[in-house]
Design a binder for this molecule. Structure first.
Ligand SMILES: Cc1cc2nc3c(=O)[nH]c(=O)nc-3n(C[C@H](O)[C@H](O)[C@H](O)COP(=O)(O)O)c2cc1C
Ligand code: SF4
Length: 423
């Protein structure tokens, strides 16, 4: 397959400006500026059906169309926080094909008439931030960034901003608070960022992978993009494959059709190490509900919404594979400890719920839990649902409720036994 995103697999050194330019680089931006009004660009992206790759799958062009035309300045924020456990695709895109992201972000900025792009990048990626700074300087030299870009009369700057290692700062409104120099805590909505975002001005926030698709769409058109993928899930997706699998890594595949977990895990990923059986799949890191690895789950073509019947979705597609040796209650404990640590603390159900859940798992671990504790865990998680400011509170429910539902035997074994472990 030819890649739209991981182009370095087809064209070595695509990250170098001269190689990128020789292979159609910045043609999307040139086309946008010379052939299209800003609104036309929004329409093209809307018609392409491109959906956000940061987790929620919201249509990018629709989001851009919400930005008011008559309020200035406007901003684009690139979400490069990439903190979901098991997610490592944005890193590869920024390391190997940075100009594609910069170009996509500039096309978005032109479409909404923004004057600045902020790439908010997780603090641990300090070296990638330095790398991006060098690439931004190269693009400025070529006239793609700065004043009067490509003699269009439109000005736009691009900056990187390093986070400080908080998972919650990947949530878009916490990201904005952090970018403004405040404590990174999510905002109440409405107002939504499209109308009141960074410094209370209209702002589009998109994930790195989302924006990296945009140059292809501008060059090839919305119909060409829709020809890849399936139905309301056009294009390709990068799956970050990790866990109990022989060949972990990033794999770019078209949505739908032959793209299934079986293909991803057993063909691309080389199967499970040591001839072990697959037990479960976390389709989106710690955030989305666990899937038992049944034949039906393994053979379902992957599109947005394909796993709705199981109460889960692919999110940012950080696929973590768990084999028969993994105690699912142990895995749930690790995920709850993560959410308890990362809760920003402003909503009582999330702050207290994740704290008490982690205490209950600790109790189970020490062999002091009784059967009633499993019901208590489920009840505590259930009471968090729908009561929080941001989705972290909802994410934290999944590791508990879905694992108790699908793998009750792992919890029952832990009662009285203690010592949750990988086995
Ligand atoms: C707790 C939490 C963490 C998140 N972390 C990220 C992240 O690291 N990267 C990301 O792109 N989106 C993350 N999101 C989703 C963003 O809030 C937002 O939906 C996304 O940046 C929108 O971009 P998209 O439409 O291109 O997907 C997170 C959401 C929540 C609730
Ligand atoms: S749900 Fe949790 S992380 Fe989100 S705002 Fe509330 S306390 Fe903070």
């Amino acid at each position: 397959m030819t890649h739209i995103l991981l182009r370095e697999l087809d064209i070595p050194d695509i990250g170098k400006m001269e190689v990128y330019l020789a292979n159609g680089g910045y043609d999307g931006l040139k086309k946008a500026l010379s052939d299209h009004q800003p609104d036309d660009v929004i329409n093209i992206v809307r018609e392409s059906g491109l959906r956000g790759r940061g987790g929620a799958g919201f249509p990018a062009g629709v989001k851009w169309s919400f930005v008011p035309k008559d309020v200035f300045p406007k901003y684009v924020c690139v979400n490069a926080d990439e903190s979901e456990p098991g997610t490592f695709k944005d890193r590869q895109l920024m390391e190997n094909n940075p100009h594609q992201l910069i170009e996509g972000a500039l096309i978005c900025a032109y479409a909404i008439q923004a004057s600045a792009v902020y790439i908010y990048i997780r603090g641990e990626y300090w070296d990638i931030a330095d790398h991006l700074d060098r690439k931004i300087a190269e693009a400025r030299k070529k006239g793609f960034i700065g004043k009067n870009i490509l003699k269009s009369g439109w000005d736009c700057e691009v900056y990187t901003h390093r986070g400080a290692g908080a998972y919650i700062c990947g949530e878009e409104t916490a990201l904005l608070e952090s970018l403004e120099g405040k404590r990174g805590q999510p905002r109440l909505r409405p107002p939504f960022p499209a109308s009141e975002g960074l410094y209370a001005k209209p702002t589009v926030i998109n994930n790195v992978e989302t924006l990296s698709n945009v140059p292809y769409i501008l060059v090839n058109g919305a119909d060409a993009y829709r020809e890849i993928g399936e139905g309301d899930s056009p294009g390709t997706k990068i799956f970050c494959l990790s866990g109990c699998v022989n060949k972990p890594g990033n794999y770019e595949l078209p949505f739908g059709g032959e793209t299934t977990f079986r293909k991803l895990i057993f063909e691309m990923g080389g199967g499970i190490p040591d001839g072990k059986q697959i037990k479960a799949i976390l389709p989106a890191g710690a955030s989305a509900a666990i899937l038992p690895a049944t034949d039906e789950v393994l053979d379902t073509p992957i599109v947005y919404g394909a796993f709705r019947a199981w109460g889960t979705d692919i999110g940012s597609a950080s696929v973590i594979v768990l084999d028969e040796m993994v105690d699912i209650a142990w895995a749930a404990k690790k995920m709850i400890n993560f959410f308890s640590h990362e809760s920003c603390g402003q909503c009582t159900p999330c702050r207290e719920g994740t704290y008490w859940l982690s205490r209950l798992y600790k109790r189970m671990d020490s062999g002091q839990a009784d059967a009633g504790d499993i019901q208590t865990m489920d009840a505590v998680a259930a009471q968090m649902e729908g009561k929080c400011i941001c989705a972290l509170g909802e994410f934290a429910v999944n590791p508990v409720r879905a694992t108790i539902k699908h793998f009750p035997e792992d919890y029952e074994r832990a009662v009285g036994n203690g010592r949750l472990s990988r086995r």
